[in-house]
Design a protein around this ligand. Structure first.
Ligand code: NAD
Length: 475
């Protein structure tokens, strides 16, 4: 048993990340102290605060962890779940540091969490708790456009981000950059178009890129390309739903979807938007007319498929079920869905694992775009859209004159179009995910690293080292 394992032989969540970090450190020659500094969590703020719910006073437990200050502000989501604890939030904050470095987002990693079950609390009370949490963060200087910028995560969304912004603004009135204190806001409140679906779309781009690498596909006995690949997705929340929709649209076949209450299966494929509508109308994905129910939701992970996308929670693939996983590719849309023991088992089986620190970085990438938009106080495309359209029109005129040919109205429309905010955000995201993928693969090849996870960690740690070396260490 290693020093990182507890009495039952399993690792704490933070130890899992340390273990992955140590594997990568073998490929890096640098002073040990600097590696220890990169690994450590810089600040942990654990708080308890009272909130009046009905006639009772409830004491709420919450956290904000800033893992690294090598770049500022810190950045990371806030989750609402009864499973929230210090170890979990520290781990997720560390993942954010490595993630940001991989996709060249200039932030240190952070994470927040409130130990509540949002499904059993009224929206009024969730608002009270969110606002009180925000004011606690303000009191301790743990939030601000240049300090620490939260975003949505498990159990939170645009609504909570709006409340955080409004609370910040009311306590920091006159701060012209206040909008940049939180990302993932609704578009009407300074959000950016494309943020909601960004993590799921990033997952799609990352897996699509992998499916185009011949040698990887042949190594697991699959054809090149995404069309026709059989996919299982766990979690139909923000990340899982959007990832499922993009896979479905691209011609992949979603054969199973798993939620808390159970899973549904159809070998010929599920229509994702119809399933989502069914979920909305019935409060459950079960009994979807065109599918078979699977009562034990965990069993869905073990079905025959090409690609498995866990997009719900951490540690869902562990030493007890890893041997039964039949997927040839696992895309970690959720944070930390595979334990280190399971990782080793799957590695030995030759499964390609696309790691969370790369694959779900689409959210923070577009959050970065939102933060930039808030600081520049202007919508993407506003300054250049019309100018581009005018220039394109001039070009078209010249082409028509030179070629003595009239271009059809349909083609003209396509060519004339200037970029809208959503176009720019999506192209920035696509470029980021493609670049990140190839940087990891190039490093994996050149250093002969055994898998993508270790290569991703090496890439990330090298970038953080570079940043510390250029910055120096304050005496
Ligand atoms: P979410 O709350 O929107 O969705 C999570 C979904 O998982 C819900 O539909 C929930 O019912 C389902 N779920 C819960 N327990 C389950 C179980 N045992 N089996 C199957 N389904 C279950 O959360 P999200 O924002 O989609 O986040 C999902 C994961 O992605 C988390 O690990 C989160 O940290 C990670 N992530 C999210 C973002 C983001 O932008 N939201 C970014 C990066 C990473």
């Amino acid at each position: 048993m290693s020093k990182n394992q507890n009495k039952t032989g399993s690792y704490s969540f933070f130890n899992c990340i340390e273990k992955n970090f140590d594997k990568a450190a073998r490929f890096i020659s640098i002073e040990k102290g600097l590696l220890e500094q990169i690994k450590a969590c810089n600040s942990v703020y654990r708080m308890h605060f009272p909130v009046k719910i009905g006639k009772e006073i409830k004491v709420i437990e919450a956290y904000r962890v800033q893992h690294s200050h090598h770049k500022l502000p810190c950045k990371g989501g806030i989750r609402y779940s009864m499973k929230v604890n210090q170890d979990e939030i520290m781990t997720l904050a560390a993942l954010m540091t490595y993630k940001c470095a991989i996709v060249d987002v200039p932030f240190g990693g952070a994470k927040g969490g409130i130990k509540i079950d949002p499904q059993t609390i009224s929206s009024e009370n969730i608002e009270k708790i969110t606002r009180r949490y925000t004011s606690e963060l303000i009191k301790k200087n743990f939030i601000g456009p240049g300090i620490d910028v939260p975003a949505p995560d498990y159990g939170t969304g645009e609504r909570e981000m709006s409340w955080i912004f409004d609370t910040f603004l009311s306590l920091r009135s006159g701060d012209v950059d206040a909008l940049a204190c939180v990302t993932g806001k609704p578009v009407s409140q300074g959000g950016v178009r494309g943020r909601k679906e960004a993590t799921g779309l990033g997952v799609f781009y990352g897996i699509r890129e992998l499916c185009h690498v011949k040698e990887d596909m042949y190594s697991v006995g699959l054809d090149v390309g995404l069309v026709g690949k059989k996919i299982i997705i766990q979690g139909l929340g923000n990340v899982g739903y959007h990832a499922a929709s993009f896979f479905h649209e691209s011609g992949a076949i979603i054969i199973a979807l798993a939620e808390r209450e159970g899973a549904i299966y159809n070998e010929k494929g599920l229509n994702v938007s119809k399933v989502f509508l069914h979920l909305k109308n019935n409060g459950s994905i079960l009994n979807f007319p065109e599918a078979k129910n699977i009562e034990n939701t965990e069993k869905a992970l073990e079905l025959e498929c090409d690609i498995l996308i866990p997009a719900a929670l951490e540690n869902v693939i562990h030493k007890n079920n890893a041997n039964r996983i039949k997927a040839k590719i696992i895309g970690e849309a959720a944070n930390g869905p595979i334990t280190p023991e399971a990782d080793e088992i799957l590695d030995k089986k030759g499964v390609i694992i696309v790691p969370d620190i790369y694959l779900n970085a689409g959210g923070v990438t577009v959050s970065y775009f939102e933060w930039l938009k808030n600081l520049s106080h202007v919508r993407y495309g506003r300054m250049e859209k019309k100018f581009r359209e005018n220039v394109n029109a001039e070009f078209l005129k010249v082409i028509e004159t030179v070629c003595k040919k009239t271009i059809s109205i349909k083609e003209k429309k396509m060519i004339l179009r200037g970029p809208r905010e959503i176009d720019l955000v999506r192209s920035g995201l696509e470029d980021t995910m493609i670049n990140g993928f190839h940087k990891i693969c190039d490093l994996k090849k050149s250093l002969k690293i055994e898998n993508m996870r270790t290569a991703a960690f090496v890439l990330s740690i090298n970038k953080i080292i570079d940043s510390y070396e250029k910055l120096g260490i304050f005496p």
